[in-house]
Design a protein around this ligand. Structure first.
Ligand code: 4FL
Length: 221
């Protein structure tokens, strides 16, 4: 999959060279292109934001540099074009899975008080929020989306972890333990060392259900 990010802060994306995402890129399953919106401005001072018509606090990102950047990276509109925005539909795992089917994504990161609506009307397919909070910009949400999608690209994640994820079907994950058997007086639950896989599955389901009831009762409805 190819993901193009349009941002005023390209240096923020250096984090994506690390870990599993770095490997996915080296092995060619993920291609990341980070584009500086400022490189596409017509303005002689490279201005990309301006005061809002109608007044109000803060600045608005101008349509022209965004339009020029998008048309430069995706001239045929081959990509799914997404604007990361607190006004979008909240990202859920089902949407992550369906986005994995796309060959190409363009992610627009907003800043300041928002983006000129005409840039969204003309160039964006969909707005996605990563949660009900406001950040300084769309860069971290874009990285969250990239991370969610990348772990499903072939080989990024072991198949075993994917199986276990669906095993807990809509519930929160059960608690995990590794060696040693005792740490600061706390022991690994005996059932997990019993070798009885029916009992282990039963225990994990009960734990997952109890945890979901406690922290996310909305998921049980
Ligand atoms: C985007 C917040 C997506 C949550 C400020 C600019 C945001 C955001 N999800 N806050 N963009």
């Amino acid at each position: 999959m190819k993901i193009t990010v349009l941002t005023l802060f390209p240096e923020m994306f250096s984090a994506l060279g690390a870990s599993i995402l770095g490997r996915a890129q080296k092995e060619g399953r993920l291609e990341l292109e980070i584009v500086d919106i400022r490189d596409h401005t017509d303005d002689k001072h490279q201005k990309c934001d301006d005061y809002p018509f109608g007044g109000g606090a803060g600045m608005v990102m101008m349509a022209q540099p965004i339009g020029a950047a998008i048309e430069a990276v995706d001239p045929e509109h081959a990509a799914r074009r997404i604007y990361l925005s607190p006004k979008g539909k909240t990202l859920r795992q089902e949407r992550v899975l369906s986005l994995c089917e796309e060959e190409q994504l363009v992610l627009l990161c907003g800043h300041y008080e928002g983006v000129d609506q005409r840039a969204l009307d003309l160039f964006i397919d969909e707005e996605i929020s990563i949660g009900d909070y406001v950040l300084t910009g769309g860069e971290l949400p874009a990285m969250v989306l990239i991370d969610c999608v990348a772990r499903y690209l072939d080989g990024v994640l072991s198949p075993r972890s994917l199986v276990d994820e669906s095993f807990s079907e809509g519930l929160l994950e059960y608690p995990q333990y590794t060696r040693p058997v005792e740490y600061r007086g706390l022991r690994v639950p005996e059932v997990l060392r019993s070798g009885n896989h029916a009992e282990i599955d039963k225990w994990r389901r009960e734990q997952a259900l109890a945890l979901t009831q406690k922290n996310r009762p909305d998921l049980l409805k």
